[in-house]
Design a protein around this ligand. Structure first.
Ligand SMILES: [Cu+2]
Length: 242
């Protein structure tokens, strides 16, 4: 539904946007309701009409029911948000689809993303893997499982148009998935402060058709980045800047 503000380019982008929308609508409703009541009472009990203040302790039910009822309403709204948020979280983070088309490996470095694609054999971890810097090539409507690592400090792999964000933690391999649904080129920034070059750590994801991807595969086969394939090395060009 928020597609008209920022393109929703993955299978789960709309589900995450809906959680944000529900929070905004419920929060917005109570904001306007509270402001309305506030200004209504300011006008109603203005000095010219109510010159003498009335002291209310708030201890009796007739008065404090207004506090209790609004608390119950807030709890009910929280439960609605929780249900939508938990369903989205489980779908995106806690489970990987049964059918995965390809696997990729992603390594965060100070300050670049290393993307290891399966080569022509379609299998990750074989000699024909294609290891490139700041360029991730995928096919539209295919499901990808990624293995995310960091070679040095905390990074965060993020594709805003997929509504995808996952921290890369040194010493851990974190799995996730996505299915791009719109062809195009999108930003892959790092969304975790990771040092002086954090701001220039910008990769791109190329969501291609089968044909375009085949062409890229042909042109890239045999080319690998200047990063060791085990993902624990550092980029030659940025080694001195840590
Ligand atoms: Cu980073």
């Amino acid at each position: 539904m928020l597609n008209w503000i920022i393109l929703e380019a993955s299978s789960y982008a709309a589900q995450i946007d809906n959680v944000i929308l529900i929070i905004a609508l419920l929060g917005g409703f109570w904001l306007f309701a509270a402001e309305f009541v506030l200004f209504y009472f300011v006008a109603k009990y203005r000095r010219s009409r109510s010159p003498k203040a009335l002291h209310i302790t708030g201890y009796d039910h007739e008065h404090n029911k207004w506090i209790h009822w609004s608390h119950y309403a807030v709890i009910a709204c929280d439960i609605v948000i929780l249900v939508f948020a938990a369903r989205a979280w489980y779908h995106v983070k806690q489970s990987v689809p049964e059918h995965v088309d390809e696997e990729i490996r992603i390594v965060g470095h100070q300050w670049a993303w290393e993307f290891v694609h399966p080569g022509p054999d379609g299998k990750l971890g074989t000699p024909d893997d294609i290891d490139v810097v700041d360029e991730l090539h995928v096919v539209v409507n295919k499901t990808y499982k990624f293995h995310l690592e960091s070679a040095d400090v905390l990074h965060s792999f993020s594709i805003p148009r997929f509504r995808l964000k996952q921290d890369a933690v040194p010493g851990r391999e974190i799995d996730g998935w996505f299915t791009p649904t719109v062809a195009g080129t999108f930003d892959v920034p790092c969304s975790q402060m990771c040092g002086l070059g954090h701001g220039i750590m910008g990769g791109r994801i190329f969501v291609e058709t089968e044909d375009e991807h085949r062409k890229w595969l042909e042109s890239a086969t045999g080319k690998t980045a200047a990063i060791p394939a085990n993902g624990t090395g550092k980029l030659a060009s940025t080694q001195g800047g840590n």
